[in-house]
Ligand binder design. Structure first.
Ligand code: GDP
Length: 382
């Protein structure tokens, strides 16, 4: 699936950089172009991969390039005021090549949190291609204002994007790791997952037995404002290098390959989701298995899909493979679409409603958990 990336705010820009780096390293062309939008000049200047000509400073008249702080209402307002400039940058992307737009942002801050829903809504108004959002949720300890921002932004973005892929920063921080130190590793994780998903159907050599085409990804994400999560796991292979440095084929029996594939699919779906959720709370799924061609057991992929059908209770599970010659790992990616329930969403909403009720106590209220994720009691951004 070929995507046009529109990154908003600091986290958005850094994730766009990570995606472009992944694309270059994997040598598969799946990002048609990437645009970065920000109210902070320094953040735009700090980007490494997004071409300088594709960086759009908004709100310059009002905030003079100094950013929106953690004020997402201001972020939304600045995006609305300068939407013409964002539109011009997006219009310059050759969209005849684009299968979908991906609007990327951290939902807890100001510019991305407020700007992403405005920009997603505008792109959706103009283009026929689906507009998906990739939203980063703040970790629990980031504070009440981030929680409230993320909850309001999420409530707004799900209404304005075809589907929203979520990534919970809190679920991916390693023990003892600092927030800043963890970001580049976390961004690589996000880039690998989006990268494998999008490049699976674009690579042509070796040819997949069952291609994951763009429409299968789009149908799994859905176009009715749902939430999605991605799981990923890899298993090392015992591969030897040949005389000229390339890997020799893996020699093993069929049962070994089948078992490895199904075990990797289960690990991807059970323990390693961008937004942790129960499998029974999803409406659709897609599984992609990648690795050296001789290890991609078709029976293993089919067994993995059958297991996912049972675990999710839905027959709408798609599958495909992505053969790669030069790797010593077998990997499985599981895309879960139409997530109806997740502990982090419940927590976010409850904490944010509480914080909104008592703005003075915002900082202390970040860790409340209870209630159900619904649309009552929390104001959208617009
Ligand atoms: P903005 O520039 O005003 O949109 O604010 P940020 O993009 O910095 O958004 C703040 C939120 O994004 C917080 O929840 C941060 O933890 C998170 N964040 C900031 N930078 C990164 C990053 O590089 N990667 C990830 N995954 N999260 C980030």
């Amino acid at each position: 699936m070929r995507i046009a990336v529109v990154a908003v705010g600091q986290a958005g820009g850094k994730i766009a950089d990570a995606l472009l780096r992944y694309e270059r390293d994997s040598e598969v062309d799946f990002v048609v172009d990437a645009v970065a939008v920000n109210t902070a000049r320094a953040d735009l200047l700090g980007l490494r991969e997004v071409p300088p000509g594709n960086r759009v400073l908004i709100g310059g008249d009002r905030v003079k390039g100094h950013g929106a702080g953690a004020d997402n209402e201001l972020g939304a307002e600045l995006a609305r005021d300068d939407i013409g400039e964002v539109r011009d940058a997006v219009d310059a992307i050759p969209t005849s090549d684009v299968d979908a737009f991906l609007v990327v942002a951290g939902l807890g801050g100001g510019t991305g949190s407020g700007g992403a829903p405005v920009i997603a809504s505008e792109i959706r108004r103009i283009y026929e291609e689906p507009v998906f959002a990739l939203g980063v949720l703040p970790a629990r300890d980031e504070g009440g204002i981030y929680t409230l921002n993320a909850a309001r932004s999420l409530k707004t973005v799900v209404d304005h994007a075809d589907a929203t892929l979520l990534f919970d920063n809190g679920a991916h921080r390693e023990t003892g790791e600092s927030l800043a130190g963890g970001y580049s590793r976390v961004n690589e994780t996000i880039a690998r997952r989006i990268g494998v998903l999008c490049s699976a159907g674009e690579a042509t050599d070796p040819t997949p037995e069952k291609v994951v085409d763009a429409s299968e990804i789009i149908n799994t994400l859905g176009r009715s404002g749902g939430v999605a999560s991605i799981g990923y796991a890899s298993t090392p292979l015992d591969r030897k290098r040949g005389l000229f440095g390339g890997f020799k084929p893996v020699s093993e029996d069929a049962l070994e390959s089948t078992t490895r594939v199904t075990a990797t699919v289960r690990r991807a779906a059970l323990g390693n989701l961008t937004l942790p959720c129960e499998l029974r709370d999803v409406e659709r799924a897609l599984v992609v298995v990648s690795g050296p061609p001789e290890t991609l057991s078709r029976k293993g992929v089919e067994d993995g899909r059958a297991w996912l059908e049972e675990a999710t209770g839905t027959p709408e599970v798609r599958d495909g493979d992505y053969p790669l010659r030069d790797t010593d790992h077998l990997a499985a990616l599981v895309l879960l679409g139409g997530v109806t329930e997740a502990p982090r969403l419940r927590e976010l909403r409850a904490a944010a409603v509480e914080a909104q009720r008592n703005v003075a106590a915002i900082a202390e209220r970040a860790n409340l958990s209870a209630g159900v994720w619904d649309t009552e009691g929390l104001d959208p951004l617009f």
